[in-house]
Design a protein around this ligand. Structure first.
Ligand code: DQA
Length: 148
């Protein structure tokens, strides 16, 4: 089972960016944590981060036939990007939307997601663990589907 892990704008700055919202772990540390979990579970991960909406859309298009599903933290693009929504929906692969912070306890503009209604589910507020929970939820879903 192969999962694409997509991270949007400014998440390259994790570790030093607003730790009160996003915790102290860098993106590389979060990816290493996910790698460890995936290895133990026998699944494979591919990672991509970009600050550019077009690059994220291109990556989804490029990887769609190679992955079984996605973990998506689209960061600010969650709240604005029809293009990323369409790319993920068009990939035909299920995805879990994750956020480090509890977006529903923050500014009102963060309460809207253009991805959520196309997602398998949304996990927000558990810092780096949001990704781990997202991975567990997605792999459980894919396995259940495989088992028929
Ligand atoms: C975020 C929440 C977004 O509102 C914000 O723009 C981010 C990170 C999160 O992980 O909590 O960049 O997606």
């Amino acid at each position: 089972m192969k999962i694409g892990v997509l991270n949007g704008p400014n998440l390259n700055l994790l570790g030093k960016r607003e730790p009160e919202h996003y915790g102290g772990q860098t993106l590389a540390e979060i990816e290493a944590l996910l790698e460890e979990r995936a290895r133990a579970d026998g699944s494979e991960l591919v990672f991509f981060q970009s600050n550019d909406e077009g690059d994220l859309v291109d990556w989804v298009q490029q990887e769609a036939d190679r992955v079984d599903g996605w973990i998506v933290n689209a960061a600010a693009l969650t709240h604005t990007s029809v293009a990323l929504r369409d790319a993920l929906a068009g990939s035909g692969r299920p995805f879990v939307e994750v956020h480090l912070s509890n977006v529903y306890a923050r500014e009102p503009f963060r309460h809207t997601s253009l991805l959520a209604d196309r997602a398998l589910g949304v996990i927000a507020g558990f810092r780096a663990s949001s990704y781990v929970f997202g991975l567990e939820a997605l792999t459980a879903h894919l396995r259940a589907r495989e088992a028929g």
